[in-house]
Ligand binder design. Sequence first.
Ligand SMILES: [Zn+2]
Length: 344
Amino acid sequence: MKAVRIHEHGSIDVLMWEEIKSQECPDDKVRVRIKAAALNHLDIWIRKGFDGISLPMPLIMGSDGAGIITEIGRDVTNLKTGDEVVIQPNTFCGSCPACQSGKENFCQTYGILGETENGTQANEIILYPKNIHPKPKHLSFEAAASMQLVFITAYQMLVRRAKLTAGEYVLIYGATSGVGSAAIQIAKYLNSKVITTVGSNDKFPHAEKMGADFSVNHNDSNWVKKVKNITDGKGINVVFEHVGASTWSSSLRLLARGGRIVTCGATTGHKVNIDLRHLFMKQQSILGSTMSDINTFNTVMKLIDQKVFFPFIDKIFPFENIRDAHTRIEDRCQYGKIVLSDNG
Ligand SMILES: [Zn+2]
């Protein structure tokens, strides 16, 4: 079989579409023929490497995928060959106190496919049944593969962590990013008032299509003031952060009394300043979040099945063009998700 693998961290040149040996399917796992696999910003971080964290090498990339079950281990009873499925990207032990209490993303052995173990960007993947979920029938493999990681991440942030409610103002950075597009849809589902940022005026229609009530161009020197004015000077109740150092001071300046900043990433840098006086006087909260628990995954999948949340694909590439796919994300020219497909 072939897979997108890295043997070391670095530029797009480390991405290899290469032949590797197929493994035996153990009794407690299933083999999935991958039809489509999505990229996430996480892929860029993993390719470049994290300070002080070592990942297993060589590593098959990819957290999101959809395909068809082609082989069943003899102990697996709830699935069958021919089933069309999507991949659940969280990995966890299933038996520790955190897992038993439904907080799988707090498990000591918690990991993510395509980061801590081999991922989805390959002809096939062998997984435990807990990493398999039925594919929404109304979606193509490409569309189905594009939704899991960004929707579970954004849902966990807005619903479980920040507890965003109807009528509250939420500021979502990066309307055309994968996680930003998902967050807009979720925030509108919660009936909150969505303000989003874009990097150029031609991206306003995408923000509107995702459901944003207001959009501002973050290259406009007045954008912070514009956002404040939208809220009649009261500020933002929930800031959805995944940008990091370059937006942090604006996020704090815009935060209302009792406001919450929830963050899942730091693309532009991870060192920031906080004025503690504002934090305690205005009774604000700063919340970290990563991926989701399984309850959130199942909730998101149900809402996708009900067509409440919809896919937003920017471009589909064949697997072998993986370097072009990374370049498109890094150049920030995408409108939604980048997907690899065996029909691409
Ligand atoms: Zn566990």
